[in-house]
Design a binder for this molecule. Structure first.
Ligand SMILES: NC(=O)c1ccc[n+]([C@@H]2O[C@H](COP(=O)([O-])OP(=O)(O)OC[C@H]3O[C@@H](n4cnc5c(N)ncnc54)[C@H](OP(=O)(O)O)[C@@H]3O)[C@@H](O)[C@H]2O)c1
Length: 322
């Protein structure tokens, strides 16, 4: 992962929206089993997912599975808190108080002794960066987390954290978790380039299928039970169910057909063909979705420059130089 010694599989598995909302203990047990048996060694989570219930569910599954703790990695993320509308001051953000308490609470929910990865889920403009860097370093020294990173931070914010860490002789952020898919490319393909080159940065990218849009499942309307039907996710539906986006996904189908694969596997294979992607975090509510998505590893060698050019022309999302 980036310039660390940590080895993450190129695909990983996350629980946003799904765990403790769409899937129960037995579903998540099966899904995590399929993931692990296929070489996935990183499970992603956050304090805010299902307001803490997602971490509890993943923790119960890990306990039941009794896999060797050294064989997998688990993350949490701090920032949004887990009490939703009940969050009081200091129960969100990146103050030392909330970073420490969020870490302790996540460990309790997971029933684990340490987190492998701990992310600052968003930047906190109210907390000095020195406080964030110090807090993460203390948690590392205490053995409660192994690597710390950021999620959806700008290139300037990541660089500032690195510079402060260097100045103080502390460990800087090792990874960033940005959205990356055929619609959202600017940060990964333009903004972070100098950090990849000059500092080194692992990336655990999210929503490789744009919440399912890039599977083509929404091309003819919204299927029952899918993410876009969920209460509380109307904002996502409004952002995704846009005719211009759907039209491009429909066109993309021709490329998938030419490669004799599905839109989902093509879209995921395209993400991992970017050498700056350490791992793409998959999401799934059904076994067959996950099994299909894992085939991206077989499709990956087919993502040649020619295929990429064709995709760029259809999507029109390749960032320019500025
Ligand atoms: N750091 C952050 O801010 C952030 C934000 C978002 C996510 N994440 C992380 O990234 C992970 C993945 O994100 P994501 O869940 O949005 O990924 P995604 O791959 O874009 O979407 C996954 C969803 O698409 C549908 N789907 C997946 N494969 C399919 C297939 N083959 N056929 C049909 N439908 C399929 C399923 O939803 P339905 O069955 O409900 O339709 C599934 O839950 C999360 O679990 C989380 O760990 C991080």
């Amino acid at each position: 992962m980036g310039k660390t010694g940590l080895q993450l599989g190129v695909l990983s598995f996350g629980s946003w929206v799904t765990f403790a909302k769409q899937v129960d203990d037995s579903d998540s047990d099966r899904l995590m089993g399929i993931a692990y048996d296929n070489g996935i060694n990183f499970f992603d989570n956050a304090e805010v997912y299902s307001l803490g219930e997602s971490e509890k569910m993943m923790g119960r599954v890990l306990k039941m599975k009794n896999w060797d703790r050294t064989s997998y990695n688990v993350s949490s993320k701090v920032f949004f808190g887990w009490r939703g509308k009940e969050n009081k001051p200091n129960q969100t953000g990146l103050s030392r108080k909330h970073i420490f308490e969020a870490c302790h609470e996540a460990l309790q929910r997971f029933q684990l002794d340490y987190l492998d990865l701990f992310f600052c889920h968003r930047p906190d403009r109210d907390t000095p960066i020195e406080e964030v860097v110090w807090s993460m370093n203390i948690l590392i020294q205490q053995g409660k987390i192994l690597y710390w990173g950021t999620s959806e931070w700008s290139a300037a914010e990541i660089m500032e954290a690195n510079m402060v860490a260097k100045e103080l002789g502390l460990i800087g952020p090792a990874m960033e978790q940005p959205q990356y898919n055929l619609f959202e490319r600017t940060r990964m393909e333009r903004d972070y380039l100098s950090i990849f080159k000059n500092v080194g940065l692992g990336t655990t990218i999210w929503s490789p299928l744009a919440s399912g849009l890039l599977t083509g499942k929404y091309n003819d309307g919204i299927p029952e039970g899918s993410r876009m039907t969920l209460e509380g996710y109307e904002w996502l539906k409004d952002r995704m169910m846009v005719e211009d986006k759907l039209a491009r996904v429909r066109k993309l189908e021709t490329v998938a057909k030419e490669l004799d694969t599905s839109l989902a596997t093509l879209s995921i294979a395209w993400c991992i063909s970017n050498p700056n992607v350490t791992t793409a975090i998959l999401g799934a509510t059904k076994d067959k979705q996950l099994t299909e998505n894992l085939k991206a590893l077989e499709v990956y060698p087919k993502i040649t420059q020619e295929v990429k050019d064709k995709i760029d022309e259809i999507m029109g999302t390749k960032p320019g130089a500025n």
